[in-house]
Design a protein around this ligand. Structure first.
Ligand code: FES
Ligand code: FES
Length: 155
């Protein structure tokens, strides 16, 4: 039997203490233990970006991250950036500029865009394309998504 790991995690500003199997992914713990289902399980292999969350200020694929490796870390999920009475500026811009995609891929794109804008407040088109390169959607050409992210700061 695998010895349980005592995990301390700050999630969306709240301190969480959990006893977990050390082999589990951060995505699994967020969705199943903490009931934060905004990060989605798409490929479960690091390819699609649907599970993107912000770990210590950086966008990461939570399906490829062991929860135990995040002990003492800070995680922001889409639930943590969305105000109760509205939308985050990135979400708003995606809606206004027609960049909103399906519920499955959008949350990952939002989190990747927020992490990008935190490090590059005025990104070029190339910066945005690079920042969202890990977030796949086969239903779009990405043009409106990229424009929406570039427009966040101008609104
Ligand atoms: S579910 Fe994590 S990258 Fe696809
Ligand atoms: S995967 Fe979400 S719109 Fe294509």
């Amino acid at each position: 039997m695998v010895k349980k790991f005592h995990l301390t995690l700050n999630v969306n500003g709240e301190q969480k203490e959990l006893l977990i199997d050390p082999r589990r992914s951060l995505l699994d713990v967020l969705r199943n233990d903490l009931e934060l289902r905004g990060a989605h399980r798409g490929c479960d292999s690091g390819d699609c970006g649907a599970c993107t969350v912000i770990l210590n200020g950086k966008a990461i694929t939570s399906c490829m991250t062991l929860a135990a490796d995040c002990d003492g870390d800070s995680v922001i999920t889409v639930e943590g950036i969305t105000p109760a009475d509205g939308l985050h500026p990135v979400q708003k811009s995606l809606v206004e500029d027609g960049g909103i995609q399906c519920g499955f891929c959008t949350t990952g794109m939002v989190m990747a865009a927020i992490a990008l804008l935190d490090s590059i407040p005025h990104p070029t088109e190339e910066d945005v394309r690079e920042g969202l390169a890990g977030n796949l959607c086969r239903c779009t050409g990405y043009k409106k998504i990229v424009e929406a992210v570039m427009n966040v700061e101008r609104k």
